[in-house]
Write a protein of this length. Structure first.
Length: 358
């Protein structure tokens, strides 16, 4: 009997493992459907219309002017994706994840969800196979121009991109100031810092610091409002420019957050060399980026590798390992002095580098 019990137990475990494997493939095959469902719901304002309470599907359909049965089916799908919960038949409330898709909650990810579910970004992904064969950026092929030039010609889309990047940066901005010794510096220069989300977080935590925010006119468009809202205008200088052409002098700490992964090695080296020209002998370069391990670890799914492919198809950049960052820095006249993970459960690392004497 013992042998039979053991055999049955093994068969049960094998069946469970086989089911989990099939479920993994099915979830991935349905992934685009999930993204489209999320995108439609955010564009329709589903989560903000439900708000902090709960709403009946029929009531929501009247509010939206949508077909009641189809609306109910959309809400059920969102519940299946764990963004809503069906509190009673036909009545729905948001989950903690769904709350992040409302515009009025701290830590909202609404702009991020809208941007990454746009058909626009799917254009490059539709040509992924071509990108893998050629190594070229397929967004350029799909739209006849590069991603940032496309944004430049479309102010509303550029504003949405800036909002999405701000939301992506907010979590890092909340934790980084307490996990790096910014207080030993006088002026931090945030190169390519967009609306200043990270710089504002650092300045709030370190009242003795001053800041310089450096980006294109499009990147800086929402920055004055942010610093004014947070009472930091007097401590920040906004400088418009192109980091492929120069970097502003005046800082003893130069910060790059989510810039390096947008570009190939040659262009990254150009950016870093411009910073090397202006950083003082005792100054520091701080790069905040995901850092890939030498090999993919087994276990939980890691979206950083999808981000890596997104860099390939959309902008031509890539995610990098610690050795990759060390090589980039060395090519530009820097030496990596430390690499610190950003807690908790955060893919970002702080890569500190110092200038190598000429």
């Amino acid at each position: 009997m013992a042998g039979t019990d053991s055999s049955n137990h093994n068969e049960t475990e094998q069946a469970a493992a086989a089911w989990e494997a099939r479920s993994t493939v099915a979830r991935l095959a349905f992934g685009q459907m999930a993204a489209q469902t999320l995108g439609a719901a955010t564009r329709m304002g589903i989560f903000e219309r439900i708000g902090a309470g709960e709403r009946a599907a029929d009531d929501l359909a009247r509010d939206l002017g949508t077909q009641p049965q189809a609306t109910h089916r959309l809400l059920r799908a969102l519940a299946g994706l764990q963004l809503l919960t069906e509190t009673a038949p036909g009545t729905f409330a948001t989950t903690p994840a769904g709350d992040l898709l409302r515009p009025d909650v701290p830590g909202t990810m609404l702009a991020l969800a809208r941007l990454f579910t746009r058909p626009l970004l799917q254009g490059g992904w539709d040509l992924l196979e071509e990108g893998i064969r050629t190594g070229r950026t397929t967004f350029d092929t799909a739209y006849g121009t590069d991603f940032f030039s496309y944004l430049k010609d479309r102010p509303e889309l550029s504003a949405e991109f800036n909002a999405a990047m701000s939301q992506a940066t907010r979590y890092v901005a909340d934790v980084v100031p307490a996990h790096y010794d910014f207080g030993r510096f006088g002026t931090v220069v945030d190169v390519g810092g967009g609306d200043g989300t990270l710089l504002a977080g650092i300045l709030r935590a370190h009242p003795g610091l001053r800041g310089i925010l450096y980006d294109t006119a499009e990147g800086l468009a929402q920055a004055p409002e942010r610093f004014a809202r947070e009472g930091l205008t007097g401590r920040v200088t906004l400088e418009t420019g192109d980091f492929f052409a120069s970097a502003p002098p005046g800082g003893d700490l130069y910060l790059l957050k989510s810039v390096i992964h947008d570009w190939d090695d040659e262009r990254c080296t150009t950016i870093l060399r411009h910073i090397r020209k202006v950083v003082p002998a005792g100054g520091t370069l701080l790069i905040a980026e995901p850092v890939l391990p030498p090999a993919v670890p087994a276990g939980e799914p890691d979206l950083t590798y999808l981000s890596d492919l997104n860099m390939l198809v959309t902008v031509g950049g890539r995610e990098r390992t610690a050795d990759d960052f060390a090589a980039l820095c060395a090519a530009a006249g820097f030496r990596v002095s430390s690499l610190t993970p950003v807690p908790p459960q955060n893919v970002f690392h702080l890569i500190e580098a110092v200038p190598v004497p000429d």
